[in-house]
Design a protein around this ligand. Structure first.
Ligand SMILES: Cc1ncc(COP(=O)(O)O)c(C=O)c1O
Length: 459
């Protein structure tokens, strides 16, 4: 140990007392601010502090609490959450039903025995069967989206006996090595190449490319195990494919014996106005990956789901794929409560209606500032605002942050700001959000795209 036990006990004791407090006094706030900045610089990553400078004037803003649709920092500043944790807060922040379920479970048992059968894992698996389309029936629970992709890739290899994959340019599927093979951003992949060497990327949204990739792989005997795609690309820039894309890809996968792996990690659980984004086109994948919002905005959990014929690969040896924390009771009850709230409060329908309304309002704004905002696109509450450069994207994010509205660029570029609020966003909050975006657009537009007013001439 690098510090004495006595010093460590002092710091942990102080922190635990702070955790137990419902409000912070001035001394607590100063201490938290100082140690958070210092420990990020010395023990997390100073690069994160540098990044924060580009998106916030007051870059050392330290989160302390959240409420229905927003966050509060240690200084008591409130932020309306238009980012939704990259799509984890579909049922809002700490929805009382999710918190209640997790609290009850926590009082009884937190993690699993690893040996007895787990009731909530079983009930959640049945529920996932109920809420997914077609013949999707069996689930494996992990702790993240990337893990879900890893499992889906292994399952496709097992079932088909093939090793190659097709994914899309601008696609994002996570950063663990298998998932990273399918992810398309050069900056994230290059240091680790060749990762999975037989993972081919084709332009997104045009099924002809998938067809020619499947065909040429077939011709050279490099048969494709799976085609991995996001129904709408999130991190790649909120890219919505044409309506015929997924029906055609489905047909092509069947023709060439490849599995269609749908990455619904960001688009799932009502985000785009339907429970699953592929429901917009009536397409049933062979394997579906989910994560993010699955834990009701309270616990981390992800899953890959498939049909009985494919899952049979795992029947004789269920430990062929396993993980210590996956399917733990706390995460499973959070997911069960989250699914209950989604359906009870008709949140996918709400995302559809309010999201369409918001897109229309943002398109009206775009028409007023065509040089600043070059596109508005999306489905439901998965919306992208496009700007001419990364720098302008950062400036808009910064302006919104300074006005108490939290947004972010995508992982591929700051040019696209994504709007992914909790699906529980109220009409008043939406109006506030659009009003703030308008204010910031006016300011950034005046700075970059309006002719400078001539100064007063001296007589
Ligand atoms: C579509 C998609 N797939 C997979 C992932 C990876 O999920 P996680 O960060 O939970 O590993 C993400 C994360 O942004 C995602 O958007």
């Amino acid at each position: 140990m690098k510090a004495s036990a006595q010093d460590i006990l002092k710091e942990t004791q102080k922190t635990l007392e702070l955790v137990a407090k419902s409000s912070l006094d001035a001394g607590d706030k100063d201490w938290l601010t100082q140690v958070t900045a210092e420990y990020y610089a010395n023990h997390v990553n100073p690069g994160i502090l540098e990044y924060r400078k580009s998106v916030s004037t007051e870059y050392i803003s330290i989160e302390w609490a959240d409420n229905a649709n927003g966050f509060e920092d240690v200084k008591g500043r409130k932020y309306l959450d238009l980012l939704g944790g990259y799509g984890i807060y579909n049922v809002g922040h700490r929805h009382p039903k999710v918190v209640e379920a997790v609290s009850h479970q926590l009082k009884r048992q937190a993690l699993h025995s690893q040996e007895l059968l787990e009731p909530f894992r079983a009930i959640l698996a049945k529920l996932v069967n109920d809420i997914t389309p077609g013949d999707l029936q069996f689930s494996f629970f992990g702790n993240s989206g990337a893990e879900a992709i890893e499992g889906a890739m292994k399952l496709a290899m097992l079932h088909t006996g093939r090793k190659s994959f097709i994914a899309a340019n601008s696609g994002f599927h996570g950063k663990t090595l298998g998932a990273l093979s399918a992810t398309a951003k050069a900056k994230f992949r290059q240091p680790f190449l060749p990762i999975l060497p037989d993972c081919y990327h084709v332009p997104y949204g045009d099924a002809d490319y998938i067809e020619s990739a499947l065909k040429s792989a077939d011709e050279v005997g490099n048969d494709i195990a799976g085609v991995i795609l996001e129904p709408i690309q999130g991190e790649g820039g909120i890219n919505v494919p044409p309506d015929d894309y997924f029906p055609r890809v489905r047909e092509l996968c069947d023709r060439y014996g490849a599995l269609l792996i749908a990455d619904e990690v960001q688009t799932g659980f009502g985000r785009t106005g339907k429970m699953w984004c592929l429901d917009h086109w009536g397409v049933v994948p062979d394997v579906m990956c989910m994560g993010k919002a699955m834990g009701g905005g309270v616990m981390p959990i992800g899953a890959f789901v498939s049909n009985k014929t494919i899952w049979e690969q795992l029947f004789p040896e269920p430990w062929l794929h396993s993980t210590t924390f996956g399917g733990n009771p706390l995460a499973c009850v959070a997911a069960i409560a989250g699914i209950h709230v989604l359906l009870d409060e008709k949140l996918p329908e709400r995302a559809d209606k309010m999201g369409t309304d918001m897109v229309n309002k943002l398109k009206t704004l775009r028409r007023r500032f065509p040089k600043l905002c070059t596109d508005v696109r999306g489905k439901g509450f998965m919306i992208g605002l496009e700007f001419p450069t990364d720098a302008i994207g950062f400036e808009v994010s910064k302006g919104l942050f300074d006005n108490g509205v939290l947004v972010a660029g995508t992982l591929f570029s700051a040019k696209t700001i994504r709007i992914e609020p909790p699906l529980t966003l109220t009409q008043k909050e939406m109006d506030q959000a659009v009003g703030t975006i308008e204010k910031v657009f006016k300011e950034v537009n005046a700075k970059h795209f309006e002719p400078k007013k001539p100064g007063l001439r001296k007589p």
